[in-house]
Design a protein around this ligand. Structure first.
Ligand SMILES: Cc1ncc(COP(=O)(O)O)c(C=O)c1O
Length: 457
């Protein structure tokens, strides 16, 4: 990989016992750090296609580690290495890996039988909580993942408006179904993978996120919906520019277009009421997932009554064997009750830790004169490599994605587990001790990264 320092230390073996050394200098042990992960992978690829259940998981460097167990905010791999986790299972684990109330709720539900697909009291309870906490959430409909919820939201919008066109923003991600799995990155407006039906996205028109240019000229009464990540976390943690969401709200209201906020990541994370609460703009429909289930599979479309009327009246078919399963909903209820009880301290703390991580990365990168940059929206932090600043989404073209994998591999070697693509999520159980450990690990990782770049010149 270009510019990525050789991983000789790793081949020899470096393991960090994060729990024991939380605020002390990192301990480095001489053992074969990934031998069990490696033999797992060698076996897994025989019958498990690509050896993983979601393609990006295989991209982790220096090697995709296999997790054995987790506790609080730590994960331990099959070789016995413990990491401080900032991947949070790709986002859902806002309360960490083992939140007591959620585990108890799950066990309570399981003790009543699996009851999948039966009507149960948890459904209305979770919908009530969403209505209380999410400004646009008067009525909800549950599914089992964020991707499914996105599809349901589009169907609701089309039914409510009797229109077809959908406006999507470049570099916003809305799940893996063909119609919206396009223009996921700057510079590629097409399908994100081979095998997609090119006709599926015919009614989707692309816009540039964060700019008002072209919006009022191109949006018209052909559009059923504008769908947007209100803070563009998938693109690299971009906060919405001043006025952007409000203008979207004004235009869509004027033209009778359904405004959909995809809050699968931002929901319950940027504020208890999500990005819509943080930025003070209420959409017609919100798509929720990830943190809503605290780690169990769930998705929801939560919207204002006028729009949700198409489901509420029974006219629109909303189907799915696993929709509203009691175990996921039990976890969701307990998660929202916990967030509600802890909101006064929880949200300021996760924001503060997110800010501190980004600031520390940037200070260290400057000190080493190395092309690394971090930006965050509250508890979501994106690490970039190949650039020293980011002035908007156009700058994404300058980012070196293979160098990000290299940087995150350096962090992994220091006991920090991020998403391989450089996204970090702060949970409610990351402590100030964890922050101190993280800063130290970042300093070492950036020093190693800078040395490696220098050596490769
Ligand atoms: C903003 C956003 N929307 C939708 C999805 C799809 O959710 P899921 O992976 O649960 O299908 C994701 C997943 O990462 C997401 O980040």
């Amino acid at each position: 990989m270009r510019g990525c320092p050789a991983v000789t230390g790793l081949e020899k073996g470096i393991a960090v016992d994060v729990k024991q050394h939380s605020s002390q200098p990192l301990e480095i042990y001489d053992r074969h750090i990934f031998s069990q992960s490696k033999s797992y992978r060698a076996h897994a690829v025989n019958h498990l296609a690509y050896g993983v259940s979601s393609t990006p998981r295989a991209s982790q460097l220096p090697f995709p580690v296999v997790i054995d167990h987790a506790e609080g905010v730590h994960v331990t791999d099959v070789d016995g290495n413990t990491y401080l986790d900032y991947s949070l299972g790709y986002g859902p684990l806002l309360l960490g890996h083992t939140p007591k109330p959620v585990l108890e709720a799950v066990q309570r539900e399981l003790s009543k039988g699996l009851r999948t697909a039966s009507i149960h009291r948890g459904e209305a309870r979770l919908a009530d909580l969403i209505a209380e906490l999410v400004p646009s959430g008067a009525q909800s409909a549950f599914v089992s993942s964020g991707s499914e919820a996105i599809q349901l939201a589009l169907r609701v919008a089309r039914a409510a408006t009797e229109r077809n066109a959908i406006a999507k923003f470049r570099a916003n991600y809305h799940g893996w179904f063909d119609n919206l799995h396009i223009a996921n990155s700057i510079g590629n407006d097409g399908a994100a993978t081979i095998g997609q039906d090119p006709d599926a996205s015919q009614s989707v028109e692309l816009f540039d996120w964060g700019t008002l240019e072209g919006l009022s000229e191109r949006l018209d009464t052909r559009f059923a919906a504008v769908i947007v990540e209100p803070a563009a976390i998938n693109a690299g943690c971009f906060a919405p520019p001043e006025g952007f969401l409000q203008v979207l709200r004004d235009i869509t209201r004027r033209l009778g277009i359904v405004l959909i906020f995809d809050e699968v990541i931002t929901g319950f994370r940027l504020a208890l009421g999500g990005a819509q609460q943080r930025y003070g703009v209420t959409p017609d429909l919100s798509v929720l997932g990830k943190a809503l289930g605290a780690g169990l599979p769930i998705g929801a479309v939560s919207g204002q009554r006028e729009v949700m009327q198409v489901i509420a009246s029974g006219r629109l078919l909303h189907r799915g064997t696993f929709n509203g399963n009691p175990v996921s909903l039990g976890a969701g209820i307990s998660c929202l009750e916990t967030l509600k009880a802890e909101q006064a301290t929880l949200y300021p703390r996760i924001d503060r830790i997110g800010n501190a991580i980004a600031a520390h990365v940037n200070a260290e990168a400057r000190a080493h004169g190395t092309p690394v940059f971090a930006q965050n929206v509250g508890p979501c932090v994106q690490l970039f490599a190949g650039v020293t600043q980011m002035d908007g989404m156009a700058d994404l073209a300058k980012v070196d994605r293979s160098l990000i994998l290299c940087l995150t591999s350096k962090l992994l070697q220091q006991g920090i587990y991020t998403l391989p693509r450089g996204l970090m999520y702060v949970s409610s159980v990351h402590s100030d001790g964890d922050l101190a450990f993280t800063k130290q690990a970042i300093s070492t990782a950036i020093a190693h990264f800078a040395q490696g770049l220098e050596a490769n010149r």
